[in-house]
Design a protein around this ligand. Sequence first.
Ligand SMILES: [Zn+2]
Length: 128
Amino acid sequence: MTKKGRQIVFDKYNGKCAYCGCELMKGWHVDHIEPIVRDSKWDRDKGRFKQTGTCRKPENETLENYNPACSSCNIQKNSFTIEQFRNNIKQFVNSLNQYSTQYKFAKRYGLVTETDTEVEFYFEMVSS
Ligand SMILES: [Zn+2]
């Protein structure tokens, strides 16, 4: 991506992450709103998948399909669509209740309170 294109993506939400709304820091990511799928193949020598450099949805490589994202949102969104990402975040509370003793204690002693708040992304709040 060109420096100019990257600046256009950065400016889309005034230097904020399209998802959580934090100020973008050095090393911010360009997210594909509609994911692209990068092909990968198993590298037997290294014992892990390696990207081949080919992309299965090249039509999604457009400026309109790019969102500025902080690295943690982009890594968590992975190759999810917006709705899949939203559902993924919704499941975090269930996982915490199932697996985190510290979370369950924090909740039991009133340090954490659960709400039915809907997961709303920053770009949805600023555009409504
Ligand atoms: Zn973020």
